[in-house]
Design a binder for this molecule. Structure first.
Ligand code: GUN
Length: 763
């Protein structure tokens, strides 16, 4: 079914119908409908419509209207805006009308209205004279959809002790603010200035109150001073500590340049007066920065509102008309960039967009490089094995030692979807630091293991290099023979994003990196190769490099093996290794297929090495007309799993799910898990337990919805296969998780698992 956003005409002159309220009981719930790592598309359920996120809430000054709120609704399809309750409260006429008719009537807008509380005015002008309860009560009384408590602003130039007071005071004001708001959704702003420990504290403590949305406060001066690295640090020290079922709002962020990075790190809402303020100064916002109307001969981007007019004509317009047109132009550009970001999330490209946009401004590039290449974040072999028990609250923690940027980066990496369909577009050195590539490499480092064959070759690795895939037509035959003759050897392929075991030769993203030919032809860099071998548990082995572009692959392999001093028991005829009868060769091919299956089960189903090899020992295969494995069959002929052609992944069948479930060693989970930064390598597919209401639906193959779940393993991750059990510990289905362990513990709406199939009682 198409979503409202997809069916809504964009920028149409037709009046738009008023929104329908959300379903009763859903008010305040936030669901995730699509994701790319931490970037998420969501729906916030309100009385004035279901707000699709990420979205921008334009700031409306009730006294000065640059673009009419009604036009924002009708023409631009804007679902929510923000205005200031303190300004309304201070002006008698506005206040009276708001109390009498409600805020929607006051500003003539039918969608979601968020109001701010006066905190920002206190930052600009000093104290405000309104009380903590009074301003929340006022917002409630005028019928706003999302009110804001009176938080205490923390500036970037403040000392630690000053910021701490702002954070503590905001926390102290929270219980009474939440109580006063009653049924009205309330913003719980996060303060903390530039101090990561105080941001963590603010997030962890504010999370304990019943807020509906968490704005990140105190960032306006950080953005004004273009301290984007600090902005990224603030996000990284805050977002992992907020409940993932509440939208995150970047207070005062409306510059399109910051949208991709913010969204990739988990931001859902933006608000800004920038479109109007910049227009007043004759400035244009764009995804690559700010430009002046003065001196402009051509528009940086064509947008509907400036069709038919040149910058020259706009300069000559009367001031008011010019300002209004530029405000519309800024708004259109801003909305277009947000739409681009949402589409990138759907397409799985948000980090690519962050990468591209990072080149638009030195400060943005600095922030991007800090995120992606900071030594603390760049390691891809980190293995966290400690389990954080659920009851360990953060209340007593010392916030300076709780979490680190490295953990926050893992929080980003562990939510990435991998493998994905399609080629990986090479983008220079940044490519290797993309979070989903790091996630894929983590899988290899943590879940793939060398074969435990002792004997000839077991001190050796052969590395194919110099050519792009697919490699199987060229190499499968020789690899099958080689593994038969030199059983201990490990065979790897060098790709522009790192080494990959040959057995995983069709696994995305390694198998298909799109770029100029030379990224594949590059000579092996022995420093990198050594590091990578180390991370794959193959450190210290002698290396036999094999160039793939040259002719006579098999004879060269043979020669190199002999040169390496490995004795192999075979004849060599017509450039071919003769390994015995046809039957022997068939068996060698079968063994290679079994290795491919075992390694995929280990890497993609998180099966420990010994189990994967035991399971694969008697497997047989259905091979498609191109010679690729299609189905994996057990010794009794049961179809366990299919090899996916699009991304090199595995799809599980019911028999496969039953088989893997029967091999589970750990007790089933009985509770949710507070953390989702734990790979638990070798523990098998994560299990999610659902309640008895959901069981009959899951058994019929229906999706698992949040709100019907009871427990999960901590290593549940989006995009990965998982098993579904009932409360008695029986397997009732399997599917692909849409969420992390932390998310399933708090989300109340939306799909938790896309069920692939249900297990019927008789199975
Ligand atoms: N608008 C911009 N920044 C802030 C902030 O920190 N708090 C509130 N309440 N409003 C803001």
């Amino acid at each position: 079914m198409l979503s409202a956003a997809a069916t809504m005409p964009v920028w149409s002159d037709e009046p738009r119908p008023n929104p329908n309220p959300c379903k009763e009981g859903d008010e305040g719930l936030f669901e995730i409908t699509n994701r790319d790592g931490r970037a998420r598309l969501g729906k916030l359920h309100t009385k004035h419509g279901i707000l699709e996120t990420p979205t921008l809430l334009p700031v409306i000054n009730p006294n000065i209207r640059t673009i009419e709120p009604r036009e924002m609704w009708d023409r631009y399809g804007i679902g929510a805006l923000i205005t200031n309750s303190y300004i309304i409260w201070k002006h008698d006429t506005l206040k009276e009308k708001a109390i009498a008719d409600g805020v929607h009537e006051l500003i003539d807008y039918p969608g979601v209205i968020m109001t701010d509380s006066g905190t920002f005015q206190s930052y600009i002008y000093g104290d405000v004279e309104v009380g903590v309860e009074e301003i929340v009560e006022f917002q409630r009384s005028i019928g706003v959809d999302i009110a804001t408590m009176l938080d205490v602003f923390s500036r970037p130039d403040m000392k630690h002790s000053e910021v701490k007071s702002a954070v503590d005071e905001t926390i102290e004001r929270s219980p009474i603010s939440v109580e006063t708001s009653q049924d009205t959704m309330l913003n719980g702003p996060i303060q903390g200035g530039l101090f990561p420990d105080l941001r963590r504290k603010s997030a962890s403590e504010m999370a304990k109150f019943d807020f509906s949305v968490h704005p990140i406060g105190g960032i306006v001066p950080v953005m004004e001073q273009q301290r984007y690295r600090e902005y990224a640090k603030i996000m990284m020290s805050t977002l992992p500590f907020l409940p993932s079922n509440r939208p995150v709002h970047m207070f005062g962020c409306g510059h399109p340049m910051l949208f991709p990075m913010s969204i990739a790190l988990g931001a859902d809402l933006f608000d800004s007066a920038a479109y109007a303020l910049f227009a007043r100064d004759g400035r244009i916002l764009s995804p690559w920065g700010t430009e002046k109307l003065e001196g402009l001969m051509e528009w940086p981007i064509m947008m509907p509102c400036i069709s038919g007019v040149t910058p020259e004509l706009v300069r000559k317009m009367p001031k008011d008309e010019r300002m209004k047109l530029l405000a519309k132009y800024n708004l259109e550009i801003t909305l277009a960039e947000l739409a681009r970001c949402r589409q990138a999330v759907r397409d799985g490209n948000i980090w690519r967009l962050v990468e591209q946009r990072s080149h638009q401004h030195p400060a943005l590039r600095d922030a991007f490089l800090w995120l992606s290449t900071n030594p603390a974040t760049a390691s891809f072999t980190k293995f966290v094995s400690n389990e954080i028990p659920l009851d360990e609250t953060t209340a007593s923690k010392d916030y300076s030692s709780l979490g680190s940027f490295e953990d926050s980066w893992q929080w980003v990496v562990n939510s990435q979807l991998t493998p994905r369909k399609g080629g990986e577009q090479w983008g220079g050195v940044d490519t290797i630091n993309r979070p989903h590539i790091i996630a894929a490499k983590n899988f290899l480092a943590q879940r793939w293991h060398q074969r435990d064959v002792i004997g000839i070759g077991s001190e050796t690795v052969m590395i194919f290099h110099g050519d792009s895939g697919p490699w199987r037509d060229k190499c499968d035959k020789v690899v099958a023979k080689l593994l038969h003759l030199v059983p201990g050897i490990e065979i790897l392929v060098s790709t522009p994003i790192g080494l990959m075991p040959y057995s995983l030769e069709d696994l995305n993203p390694f198998c298909h990196v799109e770029g100029p030919d030379w990224i594949w032809k590059n000579k092996l860099d022995m420093v990198i190769v050594t590091q990578e071998l180390e991370s794959l548990g193959l450190g210290g082995r002698s290396i036999i490099p094999i160039e793939l572009r040259a002719d006579n692959l098999e004879s060269r392999v043979f020669e190199k093996i002999i040169d390496a001093g490995l004795t192999i028991d075979c004849e060599f005829e017509d450039g071919m290794m003769v390994i015995g009868s046809d039957e022997d060769f068939k068996l060698a091919r079968l063994q290679l297929n079994r290795l491919k299956a075992a390694d995929k089960f280990a890497v993609l189903f998180n099966i420990d090495h010994a189990t994967a090899h035991e399971l694969s020992a008697n497997l047989t295969f259905v091979i498609n007309k191109y010679g690729r494995i299609k189905n994996v069959l057990s010794s009794s002929g049961n179809h366990l799993s299919s090899f996916r052609l699009g991304d090199g992944g595995l799809s599980l069948s019911n028999a496969g799910a039953i088989e893997l479930f029967s091999r589970r060693r750990r007790p089933l989970p009985t509770q949710f898990c507070a953390t989702d930064i734990n790979p638990y390598s070798g523990e098998g597919l994560a299990i999610i337990v659902v309640d008895s209401d959901a069981e009959p639906f899951v058994r019929k193959g229906r999706n698992v919805f949040h709100g019907f779940t009871i427990a999960s393993d901590p290593w549940l991750r989006p995009g990965e296969a998982c098993l579904i059990c009932n409360e008695s510990g029986e397997l009732i289905g399997h599917g692909v998780s849409q969420c992390t362990a932390n998310e399933v513990s708090v989300m109340k709406k939306g799909v938790a698992v896309k069920t692939r199939d249900g297990i019927k009682f008789e199975e």
